[in-house]
Design a binder for this molecule. Structure first.
Ligand code: NDP
Ligand code: OXD
Length: 315
């Protein structure tokens, strides 16, 4: 029985941990597959399309990522069980990212940075946290953990999901029919959705125009977008157009339509945009490998797997 690791940048690190944790485990790193008939498990992050289909005895696919859109994009993906990465390490990192960026925009830090650059000492009005309405698209493992972290500051929270949820202290909206109501009461929008057929391109100019607007209800200079989900959720050009038109006040973007973000993108230098390189929540190799080994042990013992991907829903 062998474990294949296929991950563009960190495969050797994962392999070293796997060998340290289980010295008897036969660990292979793609593209050195050896005898493919011996490979029963695969730990993967964006493997080349068609690679997994070459493994005739594969029993389990463990995704290094919480998001599995790239895996499901493989037309030759074998029909064996696939689990996605869910772990306190990843969740904690995402919680930090979301709290950091919500606070940054709520406290108008991009404007203070601009003022500092010009050595201008100027007071800017800031609403109290309990006046700011933060809306999370996605209240799954990461969205709900981020919401709980934001609750400590006193933000007014709402969330939008596919199926109906009931979470203490969070106004819950579900499905397309309730999306506009959710957006209309959101000052800071956080996207923690998976990329699926239903969510691709959802963060577009039409949607931004539905966010809580200036006027009687204004709590911030304008709506804010924080996308830590997937780049395919957003239309980069629409984010820029909405920023230019004042439909968005600011944005934090960890993910982009094309990654790495091309040098030519005006998002790099926009004064109200924070760009991070898809690292909102990149887990260390140790928790990822430990998680994979636990799931492999469950397969061997015939126990139920955790965090199995629902292929029909795409996440
Ligand atoms: P979960 O599967 O736990 O949660 C997904 C949430 O999105 C659920 O609440 C789900 O609704 C909701 N959702 C899915 N489809 C729709 C839809 N069509 N309409 C409304 N809501 C929908 O995922 P995680 O929280 O673990 O992760 C979320 C995403 O974050 C990942 O898929 C990945 O793309 C991204 N990610 C990004 C990272 C980064 O570093 N930038 C790191 C890790 C993950 P319901 O509850 O009804 O199922
Ligand atoms: C993930 C990611 O999906 O890092 O885990 O993007």
């Amino acid at each position: 029985m062998a474990l294949l690791i296929a991950s563009s940048s960190r495969a050797e690190e994962f392999a070293a941990f796997a060998r340290a944790l289980d010295p008897h485990l036969d660990v292979r790193v793609a593209p050195d597959l050896g005898n493919v008939a011996q490979i029963e498990h695969a730990l993967v992050w964006q493997p080349p399309k068609g690679l997994l289909k070459t493994l005739p005895n594969l029993r389990l696919i463990v995704s290094v990522g919480a998001g599995v859109d790239a895996l499901l994009d493989d037309p030759d993906l074998p029909g064996v069980p696939m689990v996605r990465f869910v772990d306190a390490d990843l969740t904690g990192r995402m919680r930090e990212y979301v709290a950091l960026h919500v606070l940054y925009h709520h406290r108008r830090m991009s404007e203070f940075r601009e003022l500092q650059a010009r050595k201008v000492w100027k007071y800017l009005a800031e609403p109290a946290a309990h006046e700011v309405r933060v809306g999370l698209m996605g209240l799954g493992v990461l969205g709900s953990a981020a919401a709980r972290a934001l609750q400590h500051f006193g933000y007014r929270l709402r969330g939008w999901t596919r199926s109906r949820k009931s979470l203490d202290g969070i106004a819950c909206y579900a499905g397309d029919a309730e999306l506009d109501a959710f957006l209309g009461e959101t000052d800071i929008l956080i996207a923690l959705l998976p990329l699926t057929g239903a969510t691709r391109g959802i963060l577009n100019r039409r949607l931004f125009a539905k966010l809580s607007r200036h006027g009687r209800d204004a709590r911030l200079p304008g709506p804010v977008l924080i996308n830590a989900g997937r780049g395919g959720l957003q239309v980069d050009a629409d984010v820029l157009a909405s920023l230019e038109a004042g439909e968005l006040y600011a944005a934090s973007l960890d993910v982009f339509e094309a990654e790495p973000l091309p040098h030519s993108s005006p998002l790099w230098s926009h004064p109200r945009v924070l760009v991070t390189p898809h690292n909102a929540a990149e887990s260390a190799p140790a928790p990822i490998v430990r998680y994979a080994l636990k799931q492999m042990a469950a397969v061997r013992r015939g126990e139920p797997l955790r965090n199995v991907v629902d292929r029909a829903q795409g996440y």
